[in-house]
Structure formats: C-alpha cells, structure tokens
Design a protein around this ligand. Structure first.
Ligand SMILES: *Cc1c(COP(=O)(O)O)cnc(C)c1O
Length: 388
C-alpha cells in the first residue's frame, strides 16, 4: 500500500528534478569550492548559480543570500546576529506568540542570558498578528521585529506589508521566518518589506539540512558561525554543495509554480475541508478562512483526540499530523491554538491536513471516504464526550 502523504508542512519529498540536479555534486563534482585546484571550479560555480536562483526567487541581490543548514539556523543567525550587534547595550525585540520554536527559544535565550527585553505579541482568533499591536509595542530601543510570514500549524498569512511600514518608519530591522511561505505565496523581499528572511529547502521539495538567510545590504549584524571565510565571512564551513544546488533548483521550481500550486491546492483543500465540515458533525476550522496558504486545513473534531485520528489514518496508510512535528512529543494542546483562544477541549481534537505538490484528487477522496467512519468510531468509544 502506497502512503498518502498529507503532512507537507512538516517536510516534503525531494522533487526528482531537484535530486537530479544534486547528484553530480556527490560524485564527479565533489570538490571543495575553496580549493586552489581545478576540482573547485564546478562546485564553486554551482554554489554561485544557486545563489542567483535564490536571489531571483526572493527579488534580491545574490550577495544578500547566505546559505545555512536550514530554517532553524537561519532564524538563529538572523535574530542572534542582529541582537549581538547591539551588545553590550542590549535592546528590545518584538515577536509573536505563534512563532516557530526556532524563533521563540532564541528570543527566550537572549532574554535570559543577555538581558534583552522581548515583547511576545498576541494573535486574534484567526491567528493573525495586528500591525497596530506592533506599532504600540515599538520602543526607542527596539532593535528587531521578527514575525513569521505563514504559520506552520494553521497556515495563516501575516500582514507583513503593514508591519514593515512600521519597521521602515522607525528604522528597525525586520526579520521574517518564511519557511512555510516559499512556493505558496510571494516571497519577494521588497514587496514584503523585510530586511531578513529565513527559508528551508525541505519545506518546498528540496533536501533536508540546507536553507538560506536573506540579509538586506546594510543591515547591521554579527556573523554567527566563525571559522573560514565562507559566505562572505557570515557563515563559516565548507559549503554543502549538493544541498545548495538542490536548494537553488527547489526555489526556482517553487517560485515558478507558486500561483498554479496555490490555485490547485486551495481547490483540493477546500473540497476536503468543506466536505468534512458538512458530513461530520461538530467539526471546526482553525485559522483564517481566506488569509491562509492553499494546502493547509487545520480542523478540530470535537470529542476526540487529534492523536487518535492521526493513528487511525496512519493504519490506513495516510500521513497527517496534529500540528507542529517538533512539538508532537510535548504533552498538551498546541501553543498556537491556545494563543488563538481555542479551548483545550477543542484544540485537543485538532488535525492538520497539509496537502502538497504530489497530492491528488484520489488522495483527497480517500480521506473524505474514511474520515466520517473513523470519527464516528472514536466518538463511540471516547470518554471525552461527557466532559467536552
Ligand atoms: C520547519 C520550520 C522551521 C525549521 O526549519 P528546519 O529547516 O527544519 O530547521 C522554522 N520555521 C517554520 C515556520 C517551520 O515550519
């Protein structure tokens, strides 16, 4: 039985076109780009080609792209890099309560160990950060605003253009975690008005363990990984050449296909979501109905554990998730849903359907066919019915 994969917010499979582009850099073109001999030429040129591909996707200059090991490193490098440039004075950082742990834990570390002040902005019931709140939170010593472009659990798209107006006006560097945005909405850095932007290849059909950080020319920040002078002194270490080649190709494909993918996935997602909402009683949609990426539907099935639905679908060869893959080990409902004011008894029944490039109509039909029976069976045996 082949698996129906509907967990594309956690990771994606590598597109065969991306893999094909990478393969020569494991074998005949294995050289170190920094070597003084001929074997360096091809890998060095390939890294620079990939930098141009990423720059073209983001609408920036190639020199503004730093390759990293992925989304978490890009978030860390951006936030610590900008914050450390403020030391020893320190300063104030504005972020939101629904950020990925790579952002939240980094901000908490700067608070705890370096005395930075951090404002964690709330979100509304749809999971949206308010630009007005950002404006009110700004202080004279605010040195960074970091708000994600798209939330990984509910898919809500944040009003970055409004927030960037405030950042621009006050001259504050503005970072966004765009890991969930690439290939789903435009990530043009000038349209978004951001100074730093994180992305990760494995969220858009590239390989795991490689990402990039865009840093607008002139943004004051410290290097994060010290050593050799790679990545213009910002990120030391021999380049992950095959990974970088894959990232470049993946960005090119994802950006080229963004609009087509958005329309196709929104239609599939809406059919899935609307059918489940119609055919199963007591189901609610979490996240904004419109300001949301195409492939994501986070639905709460009342009176059951989302985890039980995930297990039931898994037994049918269907992979979905209850929310963030990084937090499924942690007990208790999602902090993102909690921040949206969703009651624990509703949040615990949440399931995230993450459709992607390889999701077919037949996949959606199979889930639609199975879900009513699964929910009915779980509800019949569920002790949650009474309390909820
Ligand atoms: C997956 C994810 C990350 C982490 O990216 P990695 O490449 O896995 O380190 C960061 N932010 C968001 C929003 C994500 O979805």
């Amino acid at each position: 039985m082949s698996v129906i994969y509907m967990d594309n917010n956690a990771t994606t499979s590598t597109d065969p076109r991306v893999l094909e582009a990478m393969l020569p850099y494991f074998t005949e073109r294995f050289g170190n780009p920094s070597s003084p001999h001929g074997l360096a030429h091809e890998p060095r040129a390939a890294v620079e080609r990939a930098r141009e591909q990423v720059a073209s996707g983001l609408g920036c200059k190639p020199a503004e792209v730093i390759f990293t090991s992925g989304g978490s490193e890009s978030d860390n490098a951006a936030i610590k890099g900008v914050a450390f440039a403020q030391l020893p004075r320190g300063g104030h950082i504005i972020t939101s309560v629904i950020e990925h742990h790579a952002v939240l834990a980094t901000c908490e570390y700067l608070e705890r160990e370096f005395g930075f002040a951090v404002t964690y902005l709330p979100v509304d019931a749809d999971g949206l950060v308010s630009a007005l709140d950002v404006g009110h939170a700004v202080r004279n010593d605010t040195c960074l605003i970091t708000v994600m472009q798209v939330n990984n659990e509910v898919g809500t798209i944040q009003p970055l253009d409004e927030i960037s107006d405030i950042a621009r006006e006050r001259g504050i560097p503005f970072h966004t975690d765009a890991v969930q945005a690439v290939g789903k909405v435009s990530v043009n850095v000038d349209v978004l008005g951001v100074d730093l932007l994180s992305l990760s290849a494995h969220k858009f059909y590239g390989p795991k363990g490689v990402g990039a950080l865009y840093v607008r020319a002139g943004t004051g920040m410290h290097a994060f990984t010290h050593g050799g002078g790679q990545e213009r002194g910002m990120r030391a270490g021999t380049e992950n050449v095959p990974g970088i080649v894959g990232l470049g190709k993946a960005v090119e494909l994802a950006v080229d296909e963004t609009e087509r993918a958005r329309v196709r996935l929104a239609a599939l997602r809406d059919r899935l979501q609307n059918t489940l909402l119609r055919e199963i009683p007591d189901v609610v949609l979490n996240g904004h109905r419109e300001k949301r990426i195409g492939g994501t539907a986070n639905l709460s099935f009342l009176y059951v554990e989302g985890e039980s639905i995930v297990l039931s679908l898994d037994m049918e060869g269907i992979a979905v998730s209850t929310g963030s893959a990084c937090t499924t080990d942690a007990a208790g409902p999602s902090y993102v849903l909690a921040a949206m004011g969703i009651k624990p008894n509703v949040a615990q029944g949440s399931v995230r359907f993450g459709l992607g490039r390889y999701t077919t109509e037949a996949d959606v039909d199979r889930v639609i066919a199975l879900m009513p029976g699964i929910v009915e069976r779980l509800r019949a045996i569920s002790p949650l019915e009474d309390g909820a």
